[in-house]
Design a protein around this ligand. Sequence first.
Ligand SMILES: Cc1ncc(COP(=O)(O)O)c(C=O)c1O
Length: 380
Amino acid sequence: MEKIEFFKHNLTEEDLDRACQVMRSTFLTTGPQVAAFEKKLAQYLDSPEAVGLTSCTGAMHLVLLKHGIGEGDEVITTPMTFVATATAILEAGATPVFVDVCPQSGLLLPEAVDAAVSPKTRAILPVHLYGRMVDMRGFARVAAKHGLLLLEDAAHCLEGSRDQVRPGQLSAAACFSFYATKSMTCGEGGALVCRSPEDAAWYRSARHHGISKNASSRYTQKYEHWDMEMMGWKYNMDDIQAALLLHQIDRLDTYRQRRQDLENLYRELLADVAGLDFLEAPAPGELSGHHLLTVLLPPQVDRDEVIRLVQEMGVGCAVNYRAVHVLRYFRERYGYRPEDFPNAYQIGQRTISLPLYPRLTEAEVTRVCDTLKKVVSASK
Ligand SMILES: Cc1ncc(COP(=O)(O)O)c(C=O)c1O
């Protein structure tokens, strides 16, 4: 039987043609395609400005630097995320401080963060896990109360909204990923949205060594000396990436709806598996990005053995995520024990991610569920 892949991207022939057009032209790096992509992304997210970058990690790093966060500062975040959320804080020279997540949703809660703010706290970095947004209105209140920077790891949520708020609308910046398995992708890539042209100009300089002229102006105009005006990094998106991404934006909402329908089918088909739990579904009126479909296996089964067997039976699956605080680097550097953040730890021990992408068929979802049920009932 044919393997059901964990993920398949949705690049169309038109997307590929547009990227090829760029590659057949003379100019490949940050230029008109990136500018067009930024304009369209900002419009899509109803935000004043978007900046194209090479990764979400780089985006978060830049936002922290822009706001002067570094050595001696603490940034509150979640242990239930991909390591990049925490490593971006470390890259800035600051210390990630974890606050445990809600056991039902896996999300960071504003009231828990409020209670954890210390004199060293300078910023809050919540994550819109698996596509569901955190309570941004609540986080904006906590950030205002303590005078903290609020930035969002929106790698899982381009398409969502909660309480009439979209990513980037109540924070200094929201950061996105276009990594290979994201809802739109160019292999590797990222962006941020921010609130003012001044901020966007700072990010455009910082993504390119902090120099005064970008490659596009050097290419289209006569040579003029450029200067280095500030410390910068090398995080600029190129025109090939932007050409691949530009028209994927048009399809985001249709694909989001398709993933929602598939998630509903998973919830229906797995409802009768004793001990298997889903994380809380989005509230009415809330729009999740439905980025990943994760289930929590019955506590008594060996999750890693289930993964091995499910894969052997031709179904791709993954773990998103083992809690960050139990990963070796964090354990050794900070002396964390699993029980320090028990809710994140428990989710990380029980979770398995199943295929979820627009091209997945209902028949494939049924086969994934039948496979999982078989394996789980045999391993009890
Ligand atoms: C929650 C989360 N944050 C950050 C990242 C990092 O994104 P990038 O690979 O674009 O740096 C990812 C990527 O998978 C992610 O899932």
